[in-house]
Write a protein that binds this ligand. Structure first.
Ligand code: SF4
Length: 476
C-alpha cells in the first residue's frame, strides 16, 4: 500500500458531518472537558485509522475533540511521507498552526506519522514551533510526552516496535458516517519495494491477534455499522500465531471469521500484494456473499525488468496469472490498482507494457502517480532518477487517460444490472438522492424513497454511468 488519499480529515468531516458524524456530536457535547485537541490526517487509510487510536488515547487523557483549531490546546497533524508533495502539504499546514500558536501561546503542536518517523529530531530543528514528534508505533507515549511538552520540554518518540498493534485500544471513529469503518489488522511491511519509504517509517510486519479484530467488528455491527474494511500494508501476509498452541490464523481464515459475524456485515480489505494473494483467499471470497467482490492489487509497472528494479518480487506473467485466477474464481470481481510512471531507466516500450497490462486487467479504477524519489529508499541509493519530468508527466497522462476509458467501459457494462447497495448517506450533489456502493466498491447514486435510510441495504438497477459513478433507480 502506498496509496495517497489526498484529503484532509477536516474537508471530509465537514461534508460527512451533515450525515450524522456520531463521534464529533458526542465530543461537542463533552462541554465539561476543558482540554481540546484538533487533528488533521493525511495519506493512506492506515493513517486515518491511527488518528482514531490517537483520539482514543487523548480521550482517556480527558481531551475532547474540536474542529476549531483556534479552540484547541493541542494541534496534531498525522503525516504522510510517500511523496515529496505530501511533505510539502504538511509544511504548509504547519505555517497555519504557527499563527494559531502566536495568537494563543501555550498551544502545543505535534507532528505524528510517517514524516515524524522519517525526519525524527531533525523536524524540531527545521520547525521551531513544533513541540511533539511521535512515530506510528509510539502513540502510547502521548500522555508522558504531552505532559513534558506542557512543561516546556520537546517530546520525541520515534521508536519502531516489533510487537505494537494497539489491539487493546478501542479506536474512536472520527468522521464516521456510522455505517462503514476501517479496522487495522496488522502494522508495518516486510517487503522492500525499492521506491517505498513505508518499511522505514512503519517498521517490520506484525499481525494483530484475530479475536480482538473479530470483537471490534462485532462491536461495530452491534452499533449499526454494516461494513468493515480490514487494513494492512499487505493483508495477504497476515499471519498470527498463538504463542501457546502455535496454532496460526492466516488472512483467508481471518476473512472467514469476520464474515461469519453476520451476513449483513459486509467485509472489504486493503491492500493486497500480487506475490502473496492466494487462491484460498479467492475461494473464501467466493464462498461468502458478504465478502465484497473487490480487490485492490497494485501492479506499479507492467514490465518485468522495471518490476525487478522496483523489487516487487513478481514479474508480468505472475501478475497476469493472479488476475486470471481472480476472474476465474470470482467472475464479477472488480480489481483496482496502483501505477508508477517514469520509474528509473523506464523505456518507452516498458511504459507501453504498463498500458497493455491495464487493458489486460481491465481495472475498475486506479491510483496513478509519477515516480517521486524518496530519501533513504533503495532506489534513491542505487538508481539515478533519470526520467525527465516532462516525460514522466506525459506517461502519467497516458496512463490516466487510458484508465478513464477503461473505467468508463467498466461502468457502462453495468447499465441494466441490479446491485445490492449499502446506503452510506446523501449524495454530495443532491439531498434528494442517496449514495451507496455495490460489492464491487462502485459508488451508485439513486433517488431517495420512503422508508429507506443510511445504513440500510436496497437493490438498485443501473440506468447510466460515467467513468467515476453509476446512476440508478430503486428496485422494490
Ligand atoms: S514496501 Fe511495497 S508492499 Fe510495502 S508498503 Fe511499500 S509499496 Fe506497499
Amino acid at each position: 500500500m502506498n496509496r495517497n488519499n489526498s484529503g484532509t480529515l477536516l474537508d471530509k468531516s465537514i461534508d460527512e458531518t451533515k450525515q450524522g458524524d456520531v463521534f464529533f456530536q458526542e465530543q461537542l457535547a463533552k462541554k465539561e472537558s476543558n482540554k481540546h485537541f484538533y487533528i488533521e490526517s493525511y495519506g493512506c487509510q492506515m493513517n486515518f485509522s491511527d488518528s482514531e487510536i490517537v483520539a482514543s488515547i487523548l480521550g482517556e487523557m480527558g481531551y475532547a475533540a474540536t474542529k476549531d483549531m483556534h479552540q484547541s490546546d493541542l494541534i496534531l497533524i498525522n503525516t504522510c511521507s510517500i511523496r515529496e508533495k505530501a511533505e510539502d502539504t504538511v509544511r504548509k499546514r504547519l505555517r497555519v498552526f504557527d499563527k494559531v500558536k502566536e495568537q494563543k501561546p501555550g498551544t502545543l503542536v505535534g507532528v505524528l506519522g510517517c514524516m515524524a518517523e522519517r525526519l525524527k529530531t531533525k523536524l524540531l530543528e527545521q520547525e521551531r514551533l513544533v513541540d511533539l514528534v511521535i512515530g506510528p508505533d509510539a502513540y502510547r507515549s502521548l500522555p508522558q510526552l504531552v505532559a513534558d511538552a506542557s512543561g516546556g520540554e520537546k517530546g520525541v518518540n520515534v521508536l519502531l516496535s516489533r510487537e505494537e498493534t494497539y489491539a487493546d485500544i478501542n479506536p474512536v471513529r472520527l468522521n464516521s458516517n456510522g455505517v462503514t469503518a476501517f479496522i487495522s489488522i496488522m502494522r508495518g511491511c516486510n517487503n522492500m519495494c525499492s521506491f517505498c519509504i513505508v518499511p522505514f517509517t512503519r517498521g517490520r510486519e506484525r499481525s494483530r491477534e484475530p479475536f480482538s479484530i473479530v470483537a471490534e467488528a462485532t462491536e461495530l455491527f452491534n452499533k449499526g455499522y454494516r461494513e468493515v474494511t480490514l487494513l494492512g500494508q499487505n493483508v495477504d501476509s497476515y499471519l498470527w500465531e498463538n504463542p501457546e498452541t502455535k496454532e496460526t490464523v492466516n488472512f483467508a481464515q481471518l476473512l472467514d471469521l469476520t464474515a461469519k459475524i453476520h451476513p449483513d456485515l459486509r467485509v472489504r480489505f486493503s491492500t493486497s500484494h500480487p506475490k502473496d494473494i492466494t487462491d484460498e483467499v479467492l475461494h473464501t471470497m467466493a464462498s461468502r456473499e458478504n465478502i465484497c467482490n473487490y480487490i485492490h492489487l497494485p501492479v506499479q509497472s507492467g514490465n518485468s525488468r522495471v518490476l525487478d528494479l522496483m523489487n516487487r518480487t513478481y514479474d508480468r506473467d505472475w501478475y497476469m496469472e493472479r488476475v486470471e485466477s481472480i476472474y476465474r474464481i470470482i467472475p464479477d470481481c472488480a480489481i483496482s490498482s496502483d501505477m508508477i510512471a517514469g520509474f528509473c531507466t523506464e523505456t518507452e516500450e516498458e511504459h507501453q507494457d504498463t498500458l497493455s497490462m491495464m487493458e489486460f486487467a481491465k481495472y475498475s479504477m486506479s491510483y496513478m502517480f509519477f515516480y517521486s524519489e524518496r530519501p533513504g529508499t533503495l532506489a534513491a541509493r542505487k538508481y539515478e532518477d533519470d526520467i525527465p519530468l516532462d516525460i514522466k508527466k506525459r506517461r502519467l497522462n497516458e496512463i490516466i487517460r487510458l484508465q478513464n476509458q477503461i473505467s468508463f467501459k467498466h461502468n457502462q457494462n453495468d447499465i441494466g444490472k441490479t446491485f445490492r447497495v449499502l446506503i452510506e448517506g446523501d449524495s454530495k450533489k443532491s439531498d434528494q438522492d442517496f449514495k451507496g456502493r455495490n460489492s464491487q466498491n462502485k459508488m451508485i447514486i439513486f433517488p431517495k424513497s420512503e422508508g429507506l435510510k443510511t445504513g440500510m441495504y436496497c437493490n438498485v438497477k443501473v440506468t447510466d454511468a460515467t467513468s467515476a459513478t453509476l446512476k440508478g433507480t430503486l428496485v422494490v
